[in-house]
Design a protein around this ligand. Sequence first.
Ligand code: MG
Length: 160
Amino acid sequence: MRIGLGFDAHRFVSGRPLVLGGVDIPHSAGLLGHSDADVLTHAIMDALLGAAALGDIGRHFPDTDPAYRGVSSLILLGKVAELLRGKGLSPVNLDAVVIAQKPALSPFIPAMEEKVARVLDMPSGCVNIKATTTEGMGFTGREEGISAAAVALLQNGSKS
Ligand code: MG
């Protein structure tokens, strides 16, 4: 068994869609980034890559590469799944938290869990996503952006 940690943050800008866990969330602002800036999926990818000792997403999908401009982060997550398979590893479970003052995310969490689980070929009961605020404190509390953290457990071989 191998454990990994991921963290990411992106700033809000107007005129961009807000995508979290591959789900489009209605909001007055979206997140700035080279890809779709899906901060949750980025944290999950970094947790998976970390558990596999494969570095981080910046190493595999550099933001200077035009191929990744505007790309859905779920596509990148699928590429991470391929990298894991290439090392003979498979995800056991994932736990993640999105830190956002607004919007309220709880209605969208089941859809996020389902999308992430499907891309990783995991049972949906093995992907847990949570959301919290920071009670108005810090950059997320001031609604300057959203951050996310994730942990992932991997096992050798395919799942039983
Ligand atoms: Mg990112």
